[in-house]
Design a protein around this ligand. Structure first.
Ligand code: UDP
Ligand code: MG
Length: 320
């Protein structure tokens, strides 16, 4: 019998877990597959870990592991992928924003022969600012990378075992999973769904975390910002050159310029403005370099992606 692995990253989700257990158990019976559920406790400070362990005591198909500290959502999912043993793997949020009822639709596509089935959000129930920023980000990313990045789809998806093997072999630390998923290729399909509101508890993705994720997406999948720095430099130089020409002409035809109110002045504001402008451009370019160098530094250190504090029922994959 084929097996499905469900990966659920959990960070301080004690409020939502009882509902999650109930809803997932209710739909699991309809999958017609053997299944395991791997909950990754991403260093929660509430009762998440105790509740996960209790669930495993009730039903050993619920397995869990806990990180030594908060490593972040993408890392939690990566750990889940590493330990997954299913023929198909589904990634879902703990807060029930991705309805577990939709998993059967992902499975249907998988049975049709698609190896990556991702869910595209029709409606987002998030705050307005987050919706606007997400909208802008996905479109910007699409323009800046040659990969066919998907818009408005989160991490809720199904991956065939073949794709999981490839993803697990990718060594990079900045794990923008939606990008890696696209990068892998294979036959991809999407399923449209309405993203629900959080069932309980508070969002664990702070603005900073979302921003960092967006930066990872951008800088790990596109070298366009580097080129942008070059273009910016070229434009500013061209502009400055025009300024030089203008100043010369202005000096030569001082009288005529004076008549239309453009007599050469003491030049103080011009200097201040150009110094500030150039300073700004230089800082932007240094910042862009920094984004890449920072990522190189993280990769070079080669530290493990996560540290496991405890686990129940999760077996390391064969040969690892
Ligand atoms: N999450 C996590 N580690 C974190 C932040 C979030 O594992 O540092 C999990 C969280 O428990 C949830 C999922 O990632 O299952 C999505 O988080 P959240 O609902 O807060 O994000 P949003 O839906 O607002 O993007
Ligand atoms: Mg959420």
């Amino acid at each position: 019998m084929q097996r499905l692995t469900l990966i659920i990253p959990c960070y301080n989700e004690e409020d939502v877990l009882p509902k999650l257990f109930q809803r997932v158990d209710a739909v699991a019976a309809t999958w017609g597959m053997d299944y395991e559920i791997i909950c990754v406790d991403d260093g929660s400070r509430d009762l998440t870990w105790e509740m996960l362990k209790a669930q495993n005591a009730k039903d050993t198909r619920w397995r869990c592991l806990s990180f030594a500290r908060n490593f972040g959502h993408q890392t939690a999912v990566s750990a889940g992928l590493y330990f997954a043993s299913g023929d198909a793997v589904v990634i879902i949020d703990a807060d029930l924003q991705d309805p577990p009822e939709e998993i059967s639709r992902l499975l249907a596509k998988w049975r049709d022969g698609f190896e990556v089935v991702f869910a595209t959000r029709k409606k987002r129930q998030d705050p307005l600012l987050k919706r606007i920023l997400a909208w802008g980000f996905y479109r910007l990313l699409q323009r800046m990378t040659p990969l066919p990045m998907t818009r408005d789809s989160g991490d809720f998806c199904l991956l065939d075992k073949k794709v999981v093997v490839v993803m697990n072999a990718l060594p990079e630390r900045s794990r923008y999973l939606r990008g890696l998923r696209t990068w892998c290729g294979f036959r991809q399909a999407s399923v449209v769904f309405d993203r629900a509101e959080r069932a309980a508890g508070l969002p664990q993705y702070t603005f900073t975390k979302s921003f960092n994720l967006a930066m990872d997406g951008l800088f790990s999948f596109s070298a366009a910002p580097l080129r942008m720095a070059t273009y910016l430099g070229l434009w500013v130089s061209a502009f400055a050159f025009l300024g030089v020409v203008f100043t010369f002409v202005q000096k030569i035809f001082a009288e005529q310029f004076g008549r239309i109110g453009l007599a050469p002045g003491a030049g103080f504001p011009t200097i201040v403005i150009s110094v500030l402008f150039l300073g700004g451009v230089q800082l932007i370019c240094v910042g862009i370099l920094g984004e890449y160098i920072g990522r190189i530094y993280e990769e070079v250190k080669g530290r493990p992606l996560w540290i496991i504090r405890d686990s129940v029922g999760v077996v390391p994959p064969e040969g690892k």
